[in-house]
Design a protein around this ligand. Structure first.
Ligand SMILES: NC(=O)c1ccc[n+]([C@@H]2O[C@H](COP(=O)([O-])OP(=O)(O)OC[C@H]3O[C@@H](n4cnc5c(N)ncnc54)[C@H](O)[C@@H]3O)[C@@H](O)[C@H]2O)c1
Length: 408
């Protein structure tokens, strides 16, 4: 039986990996150890999974003791490279959560370590497994609108989900690379995957005018905030699973899950607008808004043979947004409108995508006709757009990925 260990035991590490491994895959693979800088959180793995898993107080000690086949990395983003490279050097395969890492230098270092080790890094792009997006991919493969000439992409986060990125470590660029890396890596990967093309150049603008120190009535955190009765963003951390995973563990590391979204510490954008040029010539306009009244996305592809568009609202807002929700529409050049009722989201994490990717990661797949498993190159290309956008905003210029990746 293959031996796995896991580093990073937060909400994603526990609910996305350790718990389902222990409950659903325990007869196929063995989770032999966990490590987190917060030992209290690491100890929760056994409680949530219902099986005793050794907790190590040091990552290297865990690798030496277990000699695992595969290391799962689910720490905060900026530490991914540190553990991925250590794991590769120890002769292990790696499964790493998105974003693969947060800077061009770290991305290149992961790629080099992977090549040197002869081992494999798989980047978890679970959205490729959402049945709706898989159907879009099939249509793209079938050339339903010919060659894609341009893409228009808008992703909206509401003030519940969107605000969450401003409460935690994500709000510091040094931890997450900003939302353009942490969050948009999903979106850029989808487009790179749909188009089967590489981004070449990026130009971006961004601002932080909704979150950050935009109001006087703010405090360190919701738990102790004097404005909690009147603030519409008050988060009650005393509810499951936040109470156990964060509140009960915070004396070990001072990590507050409910930090104030109006903090001066915030240095990431809450509104971004990005232009991307692709190698085969397609151009994309992309925007991410983290403070929308509703949540969902709209994408349109303009191709040589027509236009394909869809609008996909979050399940909490089935009746909001423009256009027909959860339907793919193709307009061809014969004046026809073809409506495709794509598969809807299922139960489970991220519309059922998490279950599907776990089957592939832990049971394996014999064929992968849509190319849903993602490697380091895919990881690099998706974060490449976000990191280039960060540089574009800072240096006020168009940024070419080849400046940092060379001829990848
Ligand atoms: N694919 C998805 O849909 C999806 C969804 C959520 C999160 N994620 C990814 O999962 C990862 C974890 O996110 P989360 O929401 O669980 O965050 P979290 O804050 O709940 O957990 C992060 C964990 O990393 C630990 N950690 C921080 N620094 C560390 C270090 N130096 N060494 C060891 N452990 C360290 C923290 O103590 C914490 O337990 C992120 O990379 C995030 O992008 C992916």
């Amino acid at each position: 039986m293959k031996k796995f260990v896991q580093v990073g035991c937060g909400i994603r590490g526990i609910e996305g990996y350790a718990e389902p491994i222990l409950k659903e895959f325990n007869n196929r693979i063995k989770l032999c150890g966990v490590y987190d800088i917060n030992p209290k959180r690491a100890a929760l793995v056994s409680e949530f999974g219902g099986v005793e898993v050794p907790v190590y107080d040091d990552f290297d000690k865990m690798i030496d003791a277990v000699k695992p086949d595969t290391v799962i990395v689910t720490t905060k983003d900026s530490m991914h490279d540190f553990y991925v490279i250590k794991a590769l050097e120890a002769g292990c395969d790696v499964i790493v959560e998105k974003p693969m890492t947060t800077t061009f230098e770290k991305a290149n270092a992961i790629r080099e370590a992977e090549i040197k080790s002869g081992k494999t890094v798989t980047v978890v792009f679970n959205l490729r497994y959402l049945p709706f997006f898989a159907r879009v991919k099939e249509l793209m493969q079938e050339k339903a609108i010919g060659d894609v000439l341009s893409v228009h992409f808008e992703w909206l986060l509401d003030t519940e989900h969107g605000a969450d990125y401003f409460r935690r470590w994500h709000r510091r660029r040094e931890n997450s690379g900003s939302l353009l890396v942490h969050k948009s890596t999903h979106h850029f990967d989808l487009i790179n995957w749909f188009l089967e093309d590489d981004p070449v150049a990026v130009n971006a603008y961004g601002s932080t005018r909704f979150y950050g120190p935009t109001r006087e009535n703010r405090s360190e955190r919701c738990l102790t905030c004097p404005h909690k009765k009147t603030c519409e963003f008050y988060l009650d951390i005393n509810q499951p699973p936040m109470d156990k995973i964060y509140l009960a563990c915070e004396d070990a590391d001072g990590y507050y899950r409910d930090s104030c979204i109006f903090s001066e510490e915030i240095d990431i954008e809450d509104s971004v607008s990005v232009n991307v040029l692709y190698k085969k010539g397609a151009v994309m306009s992309y925007s991410l808004t983290a403070h929308s009244p509703y949540e969902g996305l709209r994408i349109a592809f303009n191709g040589t043979e027509g236009r394909l568009e869809f609008c996909k609202m979050d399940w909490r807002y089935p009746d909001l947004g423009q256009g027909v929700n959860n339907v793919i529409t193709i307009f061809n050049r014969r004046g026809e409108k073809i409506v495709i009722h794509a598969p809807q989201d299922g139960p489970g994490g991220h519309g059922g995508a998490d279950e599907k990717i776990r089957d592939n990661l832990f049971i394996g797949c014999n064929s992968d006709p849509l190319g849903q498993m993602a490697d380091t190159r895919a990881g690099m290309m998706s974060i490449g757009i976000g990191m280039a956008a960060n540089i574009s905003m800072k240096e006020k210029r168009r940024v070419y990925l080849s400046e940092y990746y060379g001829d990848l």
